[in-house]
Design a protein around this ligand. Sequence first.
Ligand code: SAM
Length: 291
Amino acid sequence: MQGKNIYYETLHNAYGQYFEIGQVLFEQKTSQWHLSIFENPRFGRVMALNGAIQTTENDEFVYHEMLTHVPLLAHGQAQKVLIIGGGDGGMLRQVVKHKNLTNITMVEIDAAVVDMCKTYFPQHSQGAFDDPRVNLVIADGLEFVKNCTEKFDVIISDCTDPVGPGEVLFSSEFYQNCKRCLTEEGIFVAQNGVAFMQPEELQNTVRRMNQYVKECTFYMAAVPTYIGGSMAFAWATDNVQARQLDLATLTARFEQADIETRYYTPAVHQASFALPAFVEQALQSAMSITE
Ligand code: SAM
């Protein structure tokens, strides 16, 4: 790396990844974050907030496809979706592909992230912010759900790690209010960290969420730049049939939706809920501790 400009991710102690910086495109202290956007020869454009990689051009499809198509195809009749966070627009791009949706609300705390990502990550949103069904709200996600009187069929929490403004989106209060804002068959999903590196994240989620829903579990996918193994996605719903759908039903819905994907397939959808033993053990031990 002699003479190269290097970005070191500082999310984890004593372990991390680095990115050769081809060019720094943007660097700023926004109202909420230290925001960096730079070019990397392998991952394309990379965004980091406070030293933690948020998204890259070349691997964002894994995360955004799995956090949208899994709940939406499992639900099958969703009309209204709420996205908390998601400032880069990648989640929104995948959600707007679902033509049957009538209303998509996105609540992002930092307008600067949206503005910067529209400029530097146009491939993430690909115009999704202009979809007439989209209502972008600049606010704290917890405050929004606390005061919300609407109901949503799918709620997607696409937030940062539980630090700084992101911390409240992993609280019992947030989960309780999200459950209140779900329709009867509604499904809540959330990014819940890389299970091997951050087991306490999914343990906290199951301990806090379990009291509000009939079913709280996780599904997983490996996102290359969320280092240390597969990422866990929280799944919480009273609609316990949604996770039991057979492959034929999922395949029929996927074909009906007519959505092009690079990671999601109905078989991957089903398989993603099969949890490694260490994750199951972490969840069992979480349930034996009360907060
Ligand atoms: N894929 C990333 C990950 O898994 O860490 C998340 C990407 S997205 C950029 C995260 C977004 O959550 C950021 O735009 C950040 O501003 C937003 N965010 C963090 N805390 C928030 C809060 N309390 N309310 C609303 N948005 C929040």
